[in-house]
Design a protein around this ligand. Structure first.
Ligand code: TR5
Length: 137
């Protein structure tokens, strides 16, 4: 693991959030550009899926748009984002199948401060591999 990735992991463990949505590049841009290593599960021209560095379930991966195009968070969606939003959900489903999440899984999008969002580049969490409880905290 590179020093930068190790530092990023430490920051996650300590719960250090990135700045609230300032429209600035995030750590995910470096993952997309392969400047930081990640465990990539799926990639196409539009989307990238990779394992979460701090998994909350036996299987926990993120699905992100490769071109953020203003989608720092779900609540910033515009009509032009409709296609990419649908594509991200389909990628989540395809990768869940690839990961053998045959008994079900959860897709979560944390939005903003109350949603506990820490990285302001839209991402879907896909978690599975154990019985999840409801409601979440
Ligand atoms: O809290 P929200 O919903 O914004 O989720 C951000 C997610 O990004 C968390 O689940 C983190 O564990 C995850 N994350 C953060 C970093 C990171 C990552 N997943 C994979 N690789 C990562 N690197 C290299 N660096 C991070 N800072």
């Amino acid at each position: 693991m590179s020093n930068e990735a190790a530092a990023a992991k430490t920051a996650v463990k300590e719960g250090a959030p990135e700045k609230a949505d300032a429209g600035e590049p995030t750590i995910f841009d470096k993952i997309i550009a392969k400047q930081i290593p990640s465990d990539i599960l799926y990639e196409d021209d539009t989307a990238l899926a990779f394992r979460d560095i701090s998994p909350q379930a036996p299987t926990h991966f993120l699905v992100i748009p490769k071109h953020r195009d203003g989608l720092t968070q779900l609540s910033k969606s515009e009509d032009r984002h409709e296609k990419v939003l649908g594509h991200l959900l389909h990628v989540a489903s395809k990768v869940a199948r690839q990961e053998n999440l045959t008994h079900g899984f959860r897709v979560t999008i944390n939005d903003g401060q109350n949603g506990c969002q820490s990285v302001y580049h839209l991402h879907l969490h896909v978690m599975g591999g154990r019985q999840l409880s409801w409601p979440p905290g």
